[in-house]
Ligand binder design. Structure first.
Ligand code: ADP
Ligand code: ASP
Ligand code: MG
Length: 409
């Protein structure tokens, strides 16, 4: 019997009515002759609510106890869904991450899955039960509860599909697939029938929250057929494919999508001596404070001094600024400044590799709208710019229009 792993996100299980609708949907796939494993997120908004509760007790709350708190959201939805299935006459069994033996490392709040012991779940499936698993959580070797980072239920779904050798992992959400950009920002965005893993990885890493990046990495590594589709309407959704997939005739678009990230902040240190080791002296204390640095730009030195600008996650802005001020004192730098009202907009496409002039076209489009670019970074298949946050919507729409993404290439 074919095995499907289906994951339903927060909006899809956001109320009792919606959980009942998920039960009906799962049953329809079951009746069509599939074994079913279902992964659910917490009810929409619940994880944020729990984070806020933790912050009221300790603004710096993180680590083990935060994980104990956050995992309760998914424990509610697995139980409610299993009840709804049983009430309809379909035997079901719910599992928390720990019960499902989703073993992770011990990095609380961003743990990585190491292994899954599928014996019990396989046995349930053999007995004809529907297996319901809490997304976003696991357990480490010392029996501590862990979470997989925000959006982590996607990764649970893919990891289970890999462990159980499912025929497909289906990510049900509140949009009907992967679009050329977030349809909430650009209503003219177009749904893609397929997208390569390479491009999806890039979009996810540059801020497209439709799939957690680790889920895409996992699916690519273990060759899990992965599809994004709507909980609310019937459609084929978007299939994430290998680059050399079956559809070899597929025309490779120049640009496949636009991603953006609102969680960015920029820091600058001016007038540091232009000598070997400066970059290390500046970035070292930032990474020692466990802060990930994204983009880095060092100016060409003049008069023996240089300037250095980098970006970090907005949540880390205050800590990074403090660390940089200490560094500035030590290095006798002229000035430190910061801006946490910036965003990053990126265009992504494997077709870019073989085409010159994409960057200049991107800058031209932004210039026409009067959008000032603060930083630029490029790779073979993406170009990112940092701009003031007030230009996010305008920038995304102008690029979507300028690269003609609403028309199928
Ligand atoms: P879930 O709770 O189901 O996991 P998420 O909010 O995590 O849902 O992800 C779905 C959201 O991702 C959509 O509502 C949409 O606003 C956003 N999104 C961002 N970029 C894209 C894109 N390129 N295509 C589709 N949706 C996108
Ligand atoms: N509930 C978690 C979150 O909001 C995990 C998820 O939904 O994927 O991040
Ligand atoms: Mg999500």
């Amino acid at each position: 019997m074919p095995l499907l792993v289906q994951k339903f996100g927060g909006t899809s299980v956001g109320s009792i009515e919606r959980i009942e609708a998920v039960a009906d949907k799962v049953i329809s796939y079951r009746n069509a002759g599939n074994d079913m494993v279902v992964v659910v997120s917490a009810m929409g908004g619940e994880t944020n609510r729990l984070v806020e509760l933790a912050r009221q007790v300790d603004p710096q709350a993180r680590g083990r106890e935060l994980d104990v708190l956050l995992t309760t959201g998914e424990q509610v939805t697995i139980a409610l869904l299993a009840m709804a299935l049983e009430k309809r006459g379909y035997p079901a069994r719910s599992y928390t991450g720990a019960q499902a033996r989703i073993m992770t490392d011990s990095s609380h709040n961003k743990a990585r899955i190491k292994s899954i012991d599928n014996v019990k779940m396989t046995d349930d499936l053999k007995q004809g039960r529907i297996v319901v698993v809490a997304g976003f959580q696991g357990v480490d070797e010392h029996n501590n509860i862990t979470t997989l980072g925000r959006g982590g239920s996607d990764t649970t779904g893919v990891a289970l599909a890999a462990a159980l050798k499912a025929d497909e992992c289906q990510i049900f959400t509140d949009v009907d697939g992967v679009y050329t950009t977030d349809p909430r920002v650009e209503p003219e965005a177009r749904r893609l029938d397929t997208i390569t893993f390479e491009e999806m990885l890039e979009l996810a890493s540059l801020g497209s929250k439709v799939l957690q990046i680790r889920a895409v990495e996992f699916a690519q590594k273990y060759q899990v057929p992965l599809r994004v589709l709507s909980s609310f309407e019937a459609s084929e959704g978007t299939l994430i494919t290998t680059e050399y997939g079956t559809d070899k005739t597929m025309e490779q678009a120049l640009i496949s999508g636009i991603a953006f990230n609102r969680d960015e902040a920029q820091l600058t240190i001016n007038g540091v001596s232009d000598t070997p080791g400066v970059a290390y002296q500046i970035i070292g204390p930032i990474s020692d404070a466990n802060i990930e640095v994204d983009m880095i730009v060092q100016n060409v030195g003049a008069d023996g001094t240089t300037d250095f600008t980098f970006t970090v996650h907005r949540n880390d802005f205050d800590t990074a600024l403090e660390a940089l001020e200490q560094t500035a004192k030590r290095m006798k730098a002229r000035e430190v400044s910061g801006n946490n009202r910036i965003v990053k907009i990126s265009i992504v496409g494997v077709g870019m590799r073989s085409h010159a002039g994409i960057a200049s076209r991107m800058f031209e489009i932004l210039a026409t709208e009067g959008i000032n670019i603060l930083m630029i970074s490029t790779s073979e298949i993406k170009i990112s710019v940092v701009v003031d946050e007030k230009y996010l919507e305008l920038g995304v729409r102008a690029l979507h229009d300028g690269f003609d993404l609403k028309t199928k290439s």
